[in-house]
Design a protein around this ligand. Structure first.
Ligand SMILES: [Zn+2]
Length: 173
């Protein structure tokens, strides 16, 4: 859909179906959800602990806000939580206005919300797109999802735009 040109896919594949066995490759050992594969360079960039603990060739990202596990090895033997990382993770704190949503250009959920509340619109997608075109983005090593942030950003812009354009509707049951 909205390819950003940074050669990373924008949308995560988070399978919501309930797995029967939690030890199947690719499923989060903590909550059993299917996370998306992340590149090794993302794991290496994000971990704050010594990288000599890395045991697997493949790791995945768990996007479930209720699951403490951020990364896990595909063999299910290793899990990393935010305590092991250099960044707080947007998907785990989407309701926190201080949380980064665009890690390359320092946009937060709160900064996007404020702009829309004050001006009725958002310039954030255009700003990020311009940065990407200028070769300034580094989603693979700065975004914990290892992926372009525009999917998350667009969803938040849409949510706040709806909220501020239809305050009466918002208040109805
Ligand atoms: Zn999980």
């Amino acid at each position: 859909m909205d390819s950003c040109g940074c050669s990373l896919r924008e949308n995560s594949i988070h399978n919501e179906s309930k797995p029967k066995v939690a030890s199947v490759n690719g499923l989060c050992p903590t909550n059993g959800a299917l996370g998306k594969r992340v590149e090794m360079q993302t794991i290496k960039a994000m971990l704050s602990i010594s990288l000599n603990i890395l045991t697997s060739e493949a790791y995945r990202f768990c996007a479930d806000p209720d699951c403490p596990t951020v990364y896990y090895s595909e063999d299910g033997q290793q899990v990393f939580s935010e305590a092991d990382l250099r960044e707080r993770v947007y998907k785990k704190h989407a309701d926190d206005k201080e949380i980064s949503i665009c890690y390359c250009f320092h946009h937060t959920v709160g900064s996007i919300r404020s702009e829309i509340a004050e001006s009725g619109k958002s310039t954030v997608v255009a700003e990020i797109t311009a940065g990407i075109k200028a070769g300034q983005c580094a989603c693979d090593i700065r975004n914990p999802e290892g992926d372009c942030c525009l999917g998350n950003v667009r969803a938040v812009v849409k949510e706040f735009s709806t909220q501020f354009q239809n305050p009466i509707q918002e208040a109805l049951p």
